[in-house]
Design a protein around this ligand. Structure first.
Ligand code: 4AD
Length: 453
């Protein structure tokens, strides 16, 4: 049969253009919605379109002559279109998002998506491997899970900013192009900067420290870059780093602040009507951790690993001074099953700037926060505030002090006890949303060999 072309009925009330997040409020009124075909099925002469616009989903039904049009007959997944009609609650026994559907009186295709080999459903299937999925990240994002994680990500960023605002820290935006290292030379991305050597920042910590006398306690949410050689499920080459620095505090204050920050932020997201339902979908059993978090020294962790016969990287029993490797750390965290503040790491395995514990110069006032399923999500410490000690720190790590003159100056002009930390946003999200890898928690993740799309 020849398809028919229909026109919009001019006698109908003017339609209000709305986003799909607002559908409940506009039930019973004639609306115009725009979006992409997320699901599609035809049944008993009717066409059911689940429309997606990024803000929500809406079932739309074409009845009467509408399903007989050429456009309806040739509709494909991911076609973009506008639909006019009235949203009404669903009859008993039917299900659709928000328990309502739009009865269309007119629709218009805007961008027809391909059918056949190039059809969206043939680009990504259940059998698409991880590599191809990474190449197709731009299409994967349209899926319900990937987009839900990114919406939670936005909510978590909002919540962190709110916590900081409420806790009295000021946001700053340090540079990404720098000439100093923070966390060791082996993971630096170097590049040519007008003939000089420069790096992509590994951490904004040193810059935050310089802000204390000028702006008080500060935080930043900035990309950090690490040329990690290993392919693990929790390492990215570029990640979003939430960092803060606080003056005139003790190590205990630092731990309390961290606990406060994380608990406040979780409370905000878990009571945010836009975010909480998504977390429930992604991680149905998630519960905010109880305070106080378990505190455990590095030395006790080594003991714990020995007792539980979890070997080090050489397959031998752990001993004081070992870096606790990712696998061992995760086994310990998963066994204990709740957040852990792991404290007081040995000087040798930590960064040049960390303050030593009073009365025990083997170890530093440092903390890693470990979460079940992920392991370390925060690394922080008190900083050396003594000039001579800092010079010794550079020396121990073989770092030339010259490029750090501005950092060193902090110890000359009114030094104070101070400390801070960095939290990896993707790791926090992997924990909160129960994702296997941090790669699923970044918009366009970068890792060893992967810089596309
Ligand atoms: O422990 P890190 O290296 O500490 C610092 O960079 C400090 N300078 C931060 C500070 O005190 N201001 O990194 C902090 C956190 C880690 O706990 C982890 O969550 C995250 O950053 N992180 C990574 N996340 C993803 N991919 C990587 N390659 C990461 N490296 C660190």
């Amino acid at each position: 049969a020849k398809s028919i072309v229909l026109n919009q009925d001019p006698s109908l009330p003017q339609a209000k253009p709305i986003k799909l997040r607002d559908t409940i409020a506009f039930r019973g009124k004639r609306v115009k919605v725009n979006g992409w075909v997320h699901r599609l099925r035809s049944q008993k002469g009717m066409t059911f379109i689940e429309l997606r616009d990024g803000t929500g989903y809406l079932q739309c039904v074409l009845t009467g002559d509408l399903p007989k049009t050429w456009d309806a007959q040739n509709l494909t997944l991911e076609t973009s279109l506008s639909i006019w009609g009235v949203i009404a609650p669903l009859p008993e026994g039917k299900t659709a998002p928000d328990n309502h559907e739009l009865a269309a009186d007119f629709f218009e295709v805007i961008g027809q998506a391909p059918s056949g080999d190039e059809a969206f459903s043939n680009r990504i299937t259940k059998d698409t491997g991880a590599d191809l999925k990474a190449d197709l990240r731009h299409l994967v994002l349209r899926g319900e899970v990937a987009s839900a994680v990114l919406k939670v990500r936005a909510g978590v960023l909002r919540a962190f900013r709110k916590s900081y605002e409420d806790m009295g820290l000021l946001e700053v935006t340090p540079p990404c192009m720098v000439q100093t290292q923070v966390e060791g030379g082996s993971t630096l991305f170097a590049f040519d900067y007008y003939g000089e050597k420069a790096y992509l920042t590994q951490s904004s910590q040193l810059y935050l420290e310089t802000c204390l006398p000028a702006l008080g306690d500060v935080f930043c949410i900035q990309e950090s870059f690490r040329a990690e050689k290993s392919l693990t499920r929790r390492h990215l080459s570029e990640y979003t780093h939430i960092e803060a620095e606080l003056a005139f505090i003790t190590f205990d204050d630092l731990l309390s602040h961290l606990e406060e920050l994380m608990c406040r932020t979780l409370e905000t997201v878990l009571t945010d009507p836009k975010v909480a339902p998504l977390i429930k979908e992604l991680n149905p059993t998630f519960e905010a951790p109880a305070r106080p978090f378990l505190r455990m020294t590095y030395e006790d962790a080594i003991q714990w690993l020995v007792e539980h016969q979890i070997p080090n990287d050489e397959g031998e029993p752990h001993k004081f001074g070992d870096d606790i490797a990712e696998a061992a750390e995760r086994r310990m965290t998963d066994t204990i099953g709740k957040p852990i503040f792991l404290t007081k790491f040995p000087v040798e395995i930590k960064a040049f700037y960390m303050k030593k514990v009073d009365g025990d110069p083997r170890v530093t006032e440092s903390v890693d926060c470990l979460m079940p399923g992920v392991g370390e999500i925060v690394g922080g410490s008190m900083r050396m505030d003594d000039l001579e000690e800092l010079m010794g720190g550079y020396k121990r790590e073989g770092i030339g002090a010259e490029p750090y003159y501005w950092f060193t100056d902090q110890r000359k002009y009114g030094t104070t006890p101070h400390g801070g930390y960095g939290l990896g946003l993707e790791r926090f999200l992997a924990w909160l949303c129960a994702r296997y890898t941090v790669r699923d928690c970044s918009l366009y993740p970068r890792w060893t060999g992967r810089c596309t799309p």
